[in-house]
Design a protein around this ligand. Structure first.
Ligand code: PNS
Length: 159
């Protein structure tokens, strides 16, 4: 069975890594699918996001790291995924994720979205917050993988 784990990953965090590790125990293959939406809303260019995911998941087996454009369900279908997987950090994520899973189910005529509850250790981590902390000079050491830590501080010209 193959899972598609889609997201912006701007950047990948320790919360994402935890989800990836856990879903690789449940599926034979996990495709980490990075949305390439060209709307310039991401801080990190697509190629760098892909590279950071690769560097941060080097020890995890049975994954592939890919980018996609357009609808997630179309990409899932193209790649033969059996399910989409998303992490849920808190009840505040639920409303957005519920709606997204329902439109995806409708569009795909039946592709399931499965949710995995974030490890409480990571439930407060989101990519946007990580960038804000770096920008304001805070310490993100325990929030992101090492390559991301190095990249962000260099990009912001802080260390
Ligand atoms: O990491 P994110 O930003 O929470 O991920 C959101 C993502 C990429 C999964 C979502 O925006 C998405 O699936 N975008 C692709 C377009 C799409 O299929 N939208 C849903 C139907 S309109």
């Amino acid at each position: 069975m193959k899972a598609l784990y889609p997201g912006s990953f701007d950047p990948i965090t320790n919360g994402h890594i935890d989800v990836i590790e856990r879903i690789t125990c449940l599926f034979n293959e996990v495709i980490i699918a990075v949305l390439n939406n060209n709307d310039k809303s991401n801080l990190i260019p697509l190629e760098d996001r892909l590279k950071l995911i690769k560097e941060s998941t080097g020890n995890i087996k049975n994954i592939s790291i890919e980018s996609f454009t357009g609808l997630t369900v179309e990409y899932a279908k193209k790649r033969g995924a059996n399910a989409i997987v998303r992490g849920l950090r808190a009840p505040s994520d639920f409303e957005y994720e519920l709606e997204m899973s329902q439109i995806n189910y409708f569009l795909s005529k039946g592709l399931e979205t499965l949710f995995i509850m974030t490890n409480p250790k990571y439930s407060f981590i989101r990519s946007s917050r990580v960038k804000e902390v770096v920008n304001l000079g805070g310490d993100i050491t325990d929030l992101v993988p090492k390559p991301v830590h190095k990249y962000l501080y260099q990009k912001m010209g802080i260390k």
